[in-house]
Write a protein that binds this ligand. Structure first.
Ligand SMILES: Nc1ncnc2c1ncn2[C@@H]1O[C@H](COP(=O)(O)OP(=O)(O)OP(=O)(O)O)[C@@H](O)[C@H]1O
Ligand SMILES: [Mg+2]
Length: 335
C-alpha cells in the first residue's frame, strides 16, 4: 500500500518540480530574447547617440555587432538551459522518490503501530471473554451444585472487572491520542491528590506489609493541569511500585520544586527492570517477563502515564537496577 502511494507521490512531486523548472527556464529565455532583441539594439543606439558617434556606416556596423553578439548570447543561454533541464529530468525523479519516502515514513510507522495496537487490544479483550465463555460452557454441560455456580460467577466477575479496567485504559489512551480529552484544567494541590491515591491503595500496601513514606514539599505551589489525568498518572506509578515490590519492601514518594518545575519521584525497593528493557516499558502492552510476578497487568499503565506527562508538557524518566529497586521521576512545568 505504501509503495504505491510512494510511486504516486514521486510522480506528482516530479511533475511539479519539472513544470516549475521548465516554466522558470522558459521565462528566463523569453525575457532574455526580448532584452537581446529590439530593446538591446535601441539601447546600443541610445548609447551611441549620447557619445556623439551616430554617423552612417559606423552606426550600422555597431548595430550589426550588437545583434550578432545578442544572438550568440541567446544561443548560449538556450544551450545552458536545455542541458540544465536535461539533468533535472534525471535528478528530479530521484529527489522526488527520496522526498516521497521521507514524507511517508512517519505515517507508515504510525500506521504499523496502530495496527499492532489494534491487534494487541483485540487479543487482550478476547482472552477474558474466552475464559468466561469456557467456564460457562463447562458449567452448562450438566446440573451443578449452588456452590459450583457461585464459584463460576465469582471468577467470571473477576474477568469482567479485568475487561472493564482494560476498556477504561484503552479509552483513556484513545482519547489522549485523538486529543479530545476535554477535562477541565485546574490548579490542583498535588500533596492532597497523592494522599488520596495512597488512601485508595492502603489495603494493597497493608496486604504486602510495605512501608510507604511520602514527603510533601515545605511550600506548596499549586500545579496547573487536568486533575483526573494527573491522579491517574500518579496512581499508575504508585500502583506499579506496590505491585513490583516484594513483601516488606519500602516505597518513597517525594515532591520537590526545581527551576519552575515540580519534580515527583516514586522510588521502591522492588524487583527492578533490566537496563536493556527500560526503554520499552513505556510502549503500549509491553510487560517485562511476566513470570517475574504473579500479577496480571495489561502493560498499559506506563504508556498512559507517559501520554499524560506529555500532554502536560513534562517528562518522565526511569532509573532502575535489577533486584535493587526502581525510581520513576516525573517533571511537570509549574507555569
Ligand atoms: N516499579 C516497577 N518496578 C519493576 N518493574 C516495573 C515497575 N513499574 C513498571 N515495571 C515493569 O514495566 C512493565 C510495564 O508497566 P505498566 O504499568 O505499563 O504495565 P503493567 O503494570 O504490567 O500493567 P497495567 O496495565 O495493569 O499497569 C510492567 O509489566 C513491569 O514489568
Ligand atoms: Mg502498571
Amino acid at each position: 500500500m505504501f509503495k504505491k502511494t510512494q510511486i504516486k507521490l514521486t510522480i506528482i512531486y516530479s511533475l511539479l518540480f519539472l513544470i516549475l523548472f521548465w516554466g522558470f527556464s522558459f521565462g528566463i529565455y523569453v525575457w532574455m530574447e526580448h532584452s537581446f532583441g529590439e530593446g538591446y539594439i535601441s539601447k546600443v543606439k541610445q548609447v551611441q547617440q549620447q557619445q556623439g558617434n551616430n554617423i552612417g556606416e559606423h552606426e550600422d556596423k555597431t548595430t550589426q555587432i550588437a545583434m550578432v553578439s545578442g544572438d550568440v548570447a541567446l544561443n548560449q543561454l538556450r544551450d545552458v538551459l536545455l542541458t540544465m533541464n536535461g539533468i533535472f529530468l534525471i535528478i528530479v525523479p530521484m529527489v522526488s522518490w527520496m522526498l516521497a519516502k521521507k514524507s511517508l515514513t512517519p505515517i507508515e510507522i504510525m500506521y504499523k503501530q496502530q495496527k499492532q495496537f489494534v491487534s494487541d487490544a483485540s487479543h487482550e479483550l478476547r482472552t477474558p471473554l474466552s475464559i468466561i465463555k469456557g467456564e460457562f460452557d463447562v458449567l452448562l454441560q450438566k446440573k451443578r451444585s449452588p456452590a459450583q455456580y457461585q464459584k463460576t460467577v465469582q471468577s467470571s466477575r473477576e474477568e469482567i472487572n479485568r475487561l472493564t479496567s482494560l476498556v477504561e485504559n484503552l479509552l483513556i489512551l484513545a482519547r489522549m491520542n485523538a486529543g479530545n480529552n476535554h477535562t477541565q484544567m485546574t490548579f490542583l494541590d498535588l500533596p492532597d491528590t497523592i494522599n488520596r491515591i495512597i488512601s485508595k491503595l492502603t489495603p494493597k500496601i497493608q496486604q504486602k506489609q510495605l512501608s510507604l513514606h511520602f514527603t510533601p514539599p515545605k511550600e506548596n505551589t499549586p500545579l496547573y493541569g487536568q486533575e483526573v489525568l494527573l491522579s491517574q498518572l500518579f496512581f499508575n506509578l504508585i500502583d506499579n511500585a506496590i505491585t513490583y515490590t516484594p513483601k516488606k519492601g519500602t516505597i518513597w514518594i517525594t515532591l520537590e520544586e526545581k527551576k519552575q518545575n515540580m519534580l515527583i519521584t516514586v522510588r521502591d525497593t522492588g524487583i527492578g527492570i533490566p537496563i536493556p528493557l527500560q526503554r520499552k516499558i513505556f510502549d503500549r502492552f509491553y510487560r517485562v517477563d511476566t513470570s517475574r510476578t504473579q500479577t496480571k497487568g495489561f502493560g498499559l499503565g506506563l504508556a498512559i502515564a507517559k501520554a499524560i506527562v506529555e500532554k502536560h508538557k513534562g517528562s518522565i524518566t526511569v532509573l532502575s537496577q535489577e533486584d535493587k529497586g526502581t525510581t520513576f521521576t516525573v517533571s511537570l512545568p509549574l507555569s
